[in-house]
Design a protein around this ligand. Structure first.
Ligand code: GTP
Length: 615
């Protein structure tokens, strides 16, 4: 018996957890729907409230005309030791003990209005009430709005259908035990309760038939045949009940006295005497309690399976959105650095391969730079006319004697200055590639998704670094070009000179004829082609050294020290500033705390089941 007592207590606990979680069934995997429950259904004025009050032994339900019950009332009865005072508690007002049951009635009615408004609409959000008393058995009942045929004044036309839908949503669940209340002074064939029960439980295996108002039957008629299951057959026995009449209620007849009167009614009744031990509200309560125990015991394995499955899902979801971060500054700093590392890893994968994009840098060196170099306008610069102009200008009043030394220098310098364009363009092109890789890496770092502020700060820091690397790289490639102008390779020209002498053995180099030769086209062409050859040699050198400078200054640095300055800045931050950097998306935080709360309650439910079920 001890375990049986705690089994219903267990389900009560899980039911409360469900209400806290906002789980009233309906959507997805619902624990609420997996829990066995007893739903009380009946037409208006069938005696539903009276039966519930009689089972509890207390007046506590709102009365009145029209549709009084407009939200499901989950009534959890807890048996306490004899001599203890009765009291009630609502889940929506925890820690408030109601010992006056008139105020319980008021609270139910106020709480109903709180959700449905005074509009008299109905709502499927349950009110959860626990009653502790020595006069109850452990049992949970759900009181539902009475089935009705007509809407009363002030209520919308759809309410009749709405109520039926709500009642059906409860009783159609296979775990629902249906307590179908029908008045005896009405033809059982027209009972609203039996009608809906028949529809959802045709075999009658989870329906308990209750017949009220036996005392109000016409003289000379009785309900023995119904009670014996001859009119409508159910797997469980019918229970007859005699509640307080309206006159009794008006006279405030005590519930305990009413129970006694009910017992006497059956014991002394000529018709029902033989059924007396199986009649009355107290018997009904015991019967339901025992049956509920059996059903709960059967359901426990599937409830545990559902809880475990849900716990796994919640854990997976929490992992996906990230666990909460600690609040001390050490842990915050650690989290920030972890995020930076995660980003850096993705970024490096983009550069080194594994992730796309790094190959574009090679594209700059292999394609863009050579084709830009090829397009440089050396032809124009070394045209006959220009060579003549530069050389003449360099000579001044004194034409050169053997070779135009100054003219050569100026022509070469003029050509070399063209290299700055492609060199800087390579720097900019690689910069753009790196910037794009930062953008991609930021987006691809899962861990950063939850921290929008940190995300943008890392992106900013990375881009600032790239900007600095770009400046450094530009200075370096400009230097490479300037270095070429600052010192020419003398050997190259010596070689040319020698080659020319050997190819023209007829001409004696020791006896040049400058006056004749100096300004001939041939002479100028020669100068132009010599300069061109020299510049081509430099071009080959730069084609190789510019990529080296760019990789050294930009790519290598990006891999080595992209976030170095950021680390220093973060290291200097105070706790509040760190917190601000880790400020999460509020929607995400809310979601996490919801998930964590759910997880906690589900784990608690599992612990509770473990401690009860396998005793
Ligand atoms: N004499 C007698 N009157 C009863 C019995 N059961 C209910 N009544 C009376 O019938 C009326 C309706 O009973 P309730 O218990 O309020 O019925 P209900 O189904 O809860 O009604 P609604 O909440 O309005 O749908 C009340 O005046 C009760 O006193 C009974 O067994 N015998």
């Amino acid at each position: 018996m001890a375990t049986m007592t705690s089994l219903i207590g267990l389900i009560n606990k899980i039911q409360r957890a469900c209400t806290v979680l906002g789980d009233h069934g309906g959507e997805g995997l619902s624990l609420w729907e997996a829990l066995p429950s007893v739903a009380v259904v009946g037409g208006q004025s069938s005696g539903k409230s009276s039966v519930l009050e009689s089972v509890v032994g207390r007046d506590f339900l709102p009365r009145g005309s029209g549709i009084v019950t407009r939200r499901p009332l989950v009534l959890q009865l807890h048996k306490t030791d004899d001599g203890q005072q009765d009291y009630a508690e609502f889940l929506h007002a925890p820690r408030k003990r109601f010992t006056d049951f008139a105020s319980v009635r008021q609270e139910i009615s106020d709480e109903t209005d709180r959700i449905t408004g005074k509009s008299k609409q109905i709502s499927n959000i349950p009110i959860q009430l626990s009653i502790y008393s020595p006069n109850v058995v452990n049992l949970t009942l759900i009181d539902l709005p009475g089935l009705t045929k007509v809407a009363v004044e002030g209520q919308s036309e759809t309410i009749v259908q709405d109520i039926e839908n709500m009642v059906r949503s409860y009783v159609e669940k296979p775990n629902c035990i249906i307590l179908a209340i029908s008045p005896a002074n009405q033809d059982i064939a027209t009972s609203d309760a039996i009608k809906i029960a028949k529809e959802v439980d045709p075999s009658g295996e989870r329906t308990f038939g209750v017949l009220t108002k036996l005392d109000l039957m016409d003289k000379g008629t009785n309900a023995v045949e119904v009670l014996e299951g001859k009119h409508y057959r159910l797997m469980h026995p019918w229970v007859g009940i005699v509640n307080r009449s309206q006159a009794d209620i008006n006279k405030n007849v005590d519930m305990i006295i009413a129970r006694k009167k009910e017992r006497e009614y059956f014991e002394t009744s000529p018709e029902y005497g033989h059924l007396a031990h199986k009649m009355g509200a107290e018997y009904l309560a015991k019967l339901l309690s025992e049956h509920l125990e059996v059903v709960i015991r059967q359901r426990i394995p599937s409830i545990i399976a559902l809880i475990n499955k849900t716990i796994d899902e919640l854990n997976a979801e929490l992992d996906r959105i990230g666990r909460p971060i600690a609040v001390d500054s050490g842990a915050q700093l650690y989290t920030i650095l972890e995020m930076c590392r995660a980003f850096d890893k993705v970024f490096k994968e983009h550069i080194d391969g594994g992730r796309p994009g790094g190959d574009k840098i090679y594209g700059v060196f292999d394609h863009q730079l050579p084709s830009a170099l090829k397009k440089l306008p050396f032809d124009r610069h070394l045209s006959l006319k220009n060579v003549q102009r530069v050389v003449t200008e360099a000579d001044g009043y004194q034409p050169h004697l053997i070779a135009p030394e100054q003219g050569y220098r100026r022509l070469i310098e003029g050509c070399l200055s063209y290299f700055k364009g492609p060199a800087e363009a390579s720097v900019d092109a690689v910069h753009l590639v790196l910037k794009e890789l930062v953008r991609k890496a930021i987006a691809a770092t899962e861990e950063l998704k939850r921290f929008p502020t940190l995300k943008s700060e890392i992106a900013q820091a990375a881009n600032d670094s790239l900007e600095r690397f770009r400046e450094e790289s530009k200075k370096t490639v400009t230097r490479l070009v300037d270095m070429e102008s600052s010192y020419l390779t003398a050997e190259f020209f010596r070689k040319i000179h020698l080659e020319q002498d050997t190819t023209n053995p007829g001409r004696n180099s020791s006896t040049p004829n400058p006056n004749l030769d100096n300004h001939t086209d041939n002479h100028l062409r020669k100068i132009g082609s010599n300069v061109n050859a020299y510049v081509n040699m430099i071009c080959d050198t730069l084609k190789n050294s510019i990529p080296k400078a760019v990789v050294y200054c930009q790519v290598r640095e990006a891999k080595r020290s992209l976030l170095n300055r950021f680390y220093v800045q973060v290291g200097k931050k105070e706790k509040e500033q760190l917190g601000a950097v880790l400020d999460e998306d509020p929607a995400l935080m809310e979601k996490r705390s919801q998930l964590a709360k759910r997880l906690e309650l589900y784990k608690q439910a599992r612990d509770d089941i473990d401690s009860v079920a396998w005793k």
